[in-house]
Design a protein around this ligand. Sequence first.
Ligand SMILES: Nc1ncnc2c1ncn2[C@@H]1O[C@H](COP(=O)(O)OP(=O)(O)OP(=O)(O)O)[C@@H](O)[C@H]1O
Ligand SMILES: [Mg+2]
Length: 299
Amino acid sequence: MIDQAQSLRTLAASVNESDRLDALLYDEPVRQSSGKCTAVTVASGKGGVGKTNISINLAIMLSKLNKSVTLFDADLGLANINILLGIHPSFTLQDVTEGRAKIGDVAMRGPGGITIVPGGSGVESLANIDAGSLKRLLREFSALETSSDYLIFDTQAGIAHTVRAFAAASDRQIVVVTPEPSSLADAYAAMKMMAVAGCSKIGIVANMVRDDKEGLDVYKRLATLAKRFLGREPEFLGALPRDPKVSSSVIRQTPITLAHPDAPFSKSMHRIALKFVGQPVTVGKESVFGKLASIFRKA
Ligand SMILES: Nc1ncnc2c1ncn2[C@@H]1O[C@H](COP(=O)(O)OP(=O)(O)OP(=O)(O)O)[C@@H](O)[C@H]1O
Ligand SMILES: [Mg+2]
């Protein structure tokens, strides 16, 4: 937390600017949860299509709608969320799985009132944990679930077994797609993987589109493929425009929805969050981390 504030300070051009950034990022209180946690996996197939930006900004928008949100970095490669937000955690998830730290030491207060779990490479250690440690860990993780209305997993690109596990253990899934043909093909592959894994609540977000019409066209192409070959259509959550303010916010390590709430991307993100919250979803009784552990053990 101190590291994070410091890194933002070095980025800021003046003292005033630094104060403004801190206020922007950390003025929001952490929300109280209603007691029912919906786990959400964000995936894409193709890399670099906006999963991490969408996960962070959806989390912030849901928090603005008074939901308690935990954002979990489930990308085994680069620690995406840390980089995008300038966070330098003292402990990793691996420290938790190996008993050197508790989940409370790893979970950090993020911008806009959200909580962040910088999982990163430690996620893999979840797969190799012994039964005794697993029991302890599941107890710790379930505390994370009881304190969240939404638990959002930002995953890596592709359809690796870990992405499949997070998707299958989650109550709902978001597939991010852009208008590029390769992104469409990979998004279909991700949807197919999810359908085979038994996921039934898949939503599509079309990112980097020219306008809403292009977003809807992208969705329709995916939905047609899914209907024909997978026997069911995903839901359309909405489209996000290509917006230069996304990149400038990434450079400043400040989420666009906080830095530029009136930017086209932020307004569309707000609409998506409203739609997302409004869609009914059946939340499983079993702990998402319990499901994850049994999927990992079977793999
Ligand atoms: N709507 C948008 N408008 C403009 N640029 C965007 C938009 N969405 C994402 N980007 C840019 O695309 C790049 C990739 O975004 P991001 O890291 O969120 O993708 P990702 O899918 O998480 O990537 P990876 O597969 O590597 O995890 C970033 O530089 C980001 O600034
Ligand atoms: Mg990412």
